[in-house]
Design a protein around this ligand. Sequence first.
Ligand code: ADP
Ligand code: MG
Length: 337
Amino acid sequence: MECSVKEARDENGQRMMMTHLAMGTVMTHQAFGSRAEESLMAVRGEIARLEGLFSMFIFESDISRINRSAGKKSEKISPETCTVLEEAVRFSRRFPGYFDVTLGPLVDLWRRAGESFIPPAEENIRKTIPLVNYRDIILNIREKTAALRQVGQAIDLGGVGKGFAGDSLRRLLQNFDVTSAYSNLGGHVVTLGTKPDGSPWRVGIQHPRYTGRLIGSVSVENKAVVTSGDYRRFTADAQGKRYHHILNPATGYPSESGLISVSVVSEQSLQADLLSTLLFVAGLKKGCNLLRRLPEMEAVFVDSEMNVFITPGLQGRFRGDKNIQIHLLHERKERRT
Ligand code: ADP
Ligand code: MG
């Protein structure tokens, strides 16, 4: 399936739906309005363009060029790549230890191991960890150039690329006078406005252990709902131990914070994407503490015992499955950074 576009007309007016492959996942979009079809074509083009800038699998992308020039020279980059790197570094600096886009060499090590189901040798992980360091990104915002300090370093935007795309597509849809839309960028939902009838969008949150089941849903307007989970991409070794794709930059191993899924609800799609990965690594306790400094963000945490925790702002908006125990996290006291 390259791309399919379908039109549906209902009591809400004209609705266009589109499904396509991009950024290694299936994306589906629906938009309402007289220019909906045009808007979705533009969305598809924009996502492909961004993939061409961010992907480490595309030879001429900004990221591939930066990675090839690591330790040697800086590369001219697009304003979009500059913004993503700036945001990523900002969050890594503000909440150190959990999120790092220079994780490329480690991701690569695990990706290769994944194919054969044998985890990388401990020594290889130990040798690779010093290459992971966001402080080695040399970013010149005015000149729009980026470089990596050491040979062997590599940037991987896997934890933020779709987030940036979400913010861009929302702006793009608005240029086509679309005021109501729902996009699923592979476990990453972005909504624009409300449903055409004025009611909120209801976004389902996937059950981390049963495919096709939900733990609940959250009703939102104009927000992104982004989930990072240990179930999205994983392999298991001969003993059945699960190795998933969210790594702890400090240990070099898949994160074992006790959480198996984190969803972040925020108006900013990029920040929600980044934060869902970051909180997943931080774990429940530290994650809650750092959320106090981000009052505009709400979150749903799921631990390995299938306890579900929600931040106070989601009370009344999160509707959980009746078989699942929901815990309300305490009121956040601090509201400032
Ligand atoms: P998904 O890709 O399933 O949407 P995430 O948004 O959580 O899930 O991103 C996971 C991807 O981000 C990984 O595949 C990897 O490329 C990258 N990544 C994994 N761990 C980290 C981390 N601690 N910091 C930054 N990027 C990470
Ligand atoms: Mg993410």
